[in-house]
Design a protein around this ligand. Sequence first.
Ligand code: DER
Length: 227
Amino acid sequence: ATQEHEKALAAAAALRWVRDGMVLGLGSGSTSAQFIRQLGAAVQQGLKVSGTATSLASENLARQVGIPLLEPRRGLRFDLTVDGADELDGQLRLIKGGGGALLREKTIETASNYLLVVADSSKLVPVLGDFPLPLEVVPFTLPWVLDAVQALGGSPVVRTSLTESAEQYRTDQGNLIVDCHFGQITDPDALGPQLQAIPGVVEQGLFLGLAKAAIVIQHGQPMLLKP
Ligand code: DER
């Protein structure tokens, strides 16, 4: 199956987890976009759900397909969040942030009772790290963040805009993204907190202990993985 078909398949399998009345976290990226579109169709058929998106792009799409949206408010928690990943390992440790949405994703997913990851077959890896680890960084702090990443053994690259190649990419919050090439990350549980501790790093792309299950396409079929 093509990667797009696999993403649609994973999204359809995740949709079966949604029940009337649920408050949903809506992920970011192309797999989540498939889920949001399919969820919108279900809402048109009468499904009663509401949700909060993990990026402005997902918020715009959710609004477009008619999913009732909830503004951030105290005490707001999510019954289920469906989101993609750039990489996941057998313990459901994730690298996320390929789409630059990692801050809102981690915020919503930390406030969720259940994070269900949806992934095509390319995402499941034995060891995290082939995908460069994204950091969201406050612009002023960039030089020192780059030094600190290098001191931790990473090769940091400041992400440039997809359109104006000279421009630096900016997140929904106006921060920068630094993609860090560490090679194989043998101890993600140690590296995550080290990156988080660097002044100016607003969020880092290791999502540890957050995903409760993952729907991963294997041999063209959606498989349910648990840690
Ligand atoms: O940026 C993100 O965290 C996205 O969820 C990303 O990890 C997955 O994007 P994809 O579904 O387009 O592969």
